[in-house]
Design a protein around this ligand. Structure first.
Ligand SMILES: C[S@@+](CC[C@H](N)C(=O)[O-])C[C@H]1O[C@@H](n2cnc3c(N)ncnc32)[C@H](O)[C@@H]1O
Length: 175
């Protein structure tokens, strides 16, 4: 079966084209940015708070199509001044680094609120949630926030047989 990350990419694919503007809200080692670039999109914005992770990914993936910022995604509206087609948030911590540096409920909800404003009508956003110890509260807050939104459709994709494993919230903007 496909991983949640693979499923998130499949969900985003239909809105990716040569003029598409994309956001990788949690750059990490750049796998999601690499996916966007492989689809020949126009531009990818990327956000990452850890300087060493940021520098190493920037060195590998920096090109004319990328705009990477070493700032938290909760500041994205200060850096993106155009409508976007596709956004991915891969929450949690950098797997090969300090697991104490992880996304946080309030900044994550604030970032998704900004991302929804930037998203075009019919644009798509994928949230990969990690409901392990520190991610449990974040997942709960995110679902509560999304339930208050009236301009989107949201589907939840999860593994029925395994508790606390990664799951997906797939969003399309309706109006
Ligand atoms: C699960 S990893 C992302 C994996 C990444 N998409 C990839 O393909 O490698 C989560 C990343 O989010 C970063 N992060 C944590 N809080 C953040 C924030 N407020 N804004 C942006 N990035 C953040 C972490 O440092 C970590 O690198």
């Amino acid at each position: 079966m496909k991983s949640m990350v693979d499923l998130s990419h499949e969900f985003l694919k239909p809105v990716l084209h040569k003029q598409a503007i994309c956001v990788d809200a949690t750059l990490g080692q750049g796998k999601d940015t690499y996916f966007f670039l492989s689809q020949n999109v126009h531009k990818v914005y990327g956000f990452e708070i850890q300087r060493d992770v940021f520098e190493s990914t920037k060195e590998q993936l920096d090109d004319q199509k990328t705009c990477f910022y070493n700032v938290g995604h909760e500041h994205m509206e200060e850096y993106i001044h155009e409508e976007v087609d596709a956004i991915i948030f891969n929450f949690g911590y950098f797997p090969h680094g300090d697991h104490g540096i992880t996304t946080q409920s309030s900044s994550s909800v604030s970032a998704v609120r900004q991302a929804l404003k930037l998203l075009k009508v019919k644009g798509r956003m994928a949230l990969v949630m990690y409901p392990h110890e520190s991610g449990q509260e974040e997942a709960k807050c995110m679902e509560e926030f999304l339930k208050t939104q009236t301009s989107i459709q949201v589907q939840k994709i999860q593994n029925l047989l395994v508790d606390h494993c990664p799951y997906l919230l797939l969003i399309e903007k309706r109006r």
